[in-house]
Design a binder for this molecule. Structure first.
Ligand code: UD1
Length: 427
C-alpha cells in the first residue's frame, strides 16, 4: 500500500489551486437521479469518492461521461443522464465504502417511488445514525422498512406529498436528502432547523437551476414548492472550503506565505476568524486568499458546531497547527463523539495533547519530530500531513487511501508550494 513521505521543516510559499468541494460534489451528483435530462457538473474534484459515487449512479442506470480535460488540470466536468432508472438498490458493497451513498435515498424515492439502500453503519469517527433522514422522508409520506441491513423507502401511490420536517438537531446529510426528495413532492414542504452549510446552498442552487422552487436558501428554514419534473442543467461545484482551510493551517505551521487560488471567504468565515485569532494574516487577492505569517502561533479555544460556526471537518487540522502554538489551546468536539483518533499519532510526533471527554487540551511544544504514523479518517490524515510538514526529520503517513478520498493530488499540490513530500509504494 502507498505511503506518503515528508521531510519537514520547509516554509511553504507560492500559489496552490483549490479544487471543487468533495462534500458539495457528493450531494450534487445524486441530483442527476431527479431528471431524465442531462446534468453537467463542472469543477468536480478528481477523488476516489467521486469515482465511487459515479459507479453507484451507473449501477442505478445513470449514464456518465467524463468530459475531456487534460490530466495536468485539476478538476473535471462530467455529464450524467438518467433516462431511465434501472435499479433502485444501493448495495452494501458501495455504501460501506462511502457513507455519502445514503444521499441517493431521497432522489431515488422521489423519482421512482421507491429506494433500497444498505445501512451505512458506524465509522471511525462515531455512530453516525440516519434516523433523521428517515423521519424526513416519512414526513413526506414515505413508508420505511428496515430489514437485513437495508432500509427500504416506498412512496404512497400518488407519490410523495409536501409536509413539515422539523429537525431536532442540525444534520447536513438529512437536510440534503429531505431537499432532494421535496423538490418533486406534491405541494409545499417546509424544512425547519435545516443545515446552512455552504454545500447545502450549492445543492439548493443546483436544484433551482434544474427548475426546483426553493425559498429561504442560506437560512435555516427552507420552503419548497414541489414541481412535476426537473430539467437538465449545467452547474459548477463550489471551491472546497475544507481543503482551503487545511492548506491554510499547513502554511501557518511552517511560517509560510501562500495564495489559496479559488478559495471563497464567505464560505469559510469561522476558519478565517480562527486563523486571525491565532495571529495568522489573511488577505483577499484577485484570485482567492493569501495566508501568511512570520510570527508565533497564538493558542485558541475552539468548539465545533454546525455552520456558520467552526466546522468539525477543520478540527483535526487546527489541532495539528496548535501543537506548535505558544501556549495551551482547548478544542471541543460537539458533532461527533469519537473524532480524536489523530491525538495519539500527533503525540507520537512530540505533541502534548490530552483528551478529556469531548475536549482536547493542546499544550504547545517547541518542535515536532517526524515518525511513522497512520490515520483512521480523512481529516485526521490531513492533520498528520500538516504536523509532518513542520516536524524535524521524516514522517511516513500510511493508509493514505483516506487522503485520496478527499484531497485532490495532495502531494503534487504541496510540492508546488515547496514541500518536500512524495508518495512511495511498498515495493
Ligand atoms: C457531518 C458534518 C459535516 C461534515 C461531515 C463529514 C455538521 C453539522 N455536519 O455531516 O459538516 O462535512 O459530517 O465529516 O457539522 N445525526 C443523527 N441522526 C441522523 C443524522 C445525524 O442523530 O439521522 C447526528 C449525528 O450523529 C451528528 C449530528 O447529527 O451528531 C450531525 O450529523 P450530520 O450533519 O448528519 O452528519 P453529516 O451529514 O455526516
Amino acid at each position: 500500500m502507498d505511503r506518503i513521505l515528508i521531510r519537514g521543516g520547509r516554509r511553504l510559499n507560492g500559489r496552490i489551486a483549490i479544487s471543487g468541494a468533495k462534500n458539495a460534489a457528493l450531494t450534487l451528483m445524486p441530483c442527476a437521479l431527479l431528471t431524465d435530462e442531462i446534468l453537467e457538473l463542472r469543477n468536480l474534484p478528481r477523488l476516489a469518492d467521486v469515482d465511487s459515487f459515479m459507479h453507484l449512479l451507473n449501477q442505478l442506470g445513470v449514464s456518465t461521461m467524463v468530459k475531456g480535460t487534460s490530466p495536468a488540470e485539476f478538476g473535471r466536468s462530467m455529464t450524467f443522464k438518467a433516462s431511465k432508472i434501472t435499479s433502485t438498490v444501493a448495495p452494501y458493497d458501495i455504501v460501506r465504502k462511502m457513507r455519502a451513498s445514503i444521499l441517493v435515498l431521497g432522489p431515488l424515492l422521489a423519482r421512482t417511488g421507491e429506494a433500497t439502500v444498505s445501512l451505512p453503519g458506524g465509522c471511525s469517527i462515531g455512530t453516525r445514525p440516519i434516523d433523521l433522514h428517515l423521519k424526513a422522508l416519512q414526513a413526506l409520506g414515505a413508508e420505511i422498512e428496515l430489514a437485513a441491513g437495508y432500509v427500504k423507502a416506498v412512496a404512497p401511490k400518488g407519490g410523495l406529498t409536501g409536509g413539515t420536517i422539523s429537525f431536532p438537531v442540525v444534520s447536513v446529510g438529512a437536510t440534503e436528502n429531505a431537499l432532494m426528495a421535496a423538490v418533486l413532492a406534491k405541494g409545499t414542504t417546509v424544512i425547519e432547523n435545516a443545515a446552512r452549510e455552504p454545500e447545502i446552498t450549492d445543492l439548493a442552487e443546483c436544484l433551482v437551476a434544474m427548475g426546483a422552487k426553493i425559498d429561504g436558501i442560506r437560512s435555516d428554514t427552507l420552503t419548497i414548492e414541489g414541481v412535476e419534473r426537473l430539467h437538465g442543467a449545467r452547474y459548477s461545484v463550489m471551491a472546497d472550503r475544507i481543503e482551503a482551510g487545511s492548506y491554510a493551517c499547513a502554511a501557518a505551521i511552517t511560517g509560510g506565505d501562500i495564495e489559496l487560488v479559488g478559495a471563497r471567504r464567505d464560505s469559510m468565515a469561522a476558519t478565517l476568524a480562527a486563523l486571525h485569532d491565532a495571529g495568522i494574516h489573511v488577505e483577499d487577492t484577485a484570485d482567492g486568499l493569501r495566508v501568511f505569517t512570520n510570527e508565533e502561533i497564538k493558542p485558541l479555544s475552539l468548539s465545533t458546531a454546525p455552520f456558520p460556526a467552526f466546522a468539525t471537518d477543520m478540527q483535526a487540522q487546527f489541532m495539528a497547527m496548535l501543537t506548535m502554538a505558544r501556549g495551551t489551546s482547548l478544542l471541543t468536539e460537539t458533532i461527533f463523539e469519537n473524532r480524536y483518533m489523530h491525538v495519539p499519532e500527533l503525540n507520537r510526533m512530540g505533541a502534548d495533547i490530552e483528551v478529556r471527554g469531548r475536549s482536547a487540551v493542546v499544550r504547545g511544544v517547541d518542535k515536532l519530530v517526524g515518525a511513522p504514523v497512520m490515520a483512521t479518517d480523512l481529516r485526521a490524515s490531513m492533520s498528520l500531513i500538516i504536523a509532518g510538514l513542520a516536524a524535524e526529520g521524516e514522517t511516513q503517513v500510511s493508509r493514505i487511501y483516506h487522503l485520496d478520498r478527499g484531497y485532490e493530488r495532495l502531494e503534487e499540490k504541496l510540492q508546488g508550494i515547496g514541500a518536500d513530500i512524495e508518495r512511495v509504494g511498498d515495493g
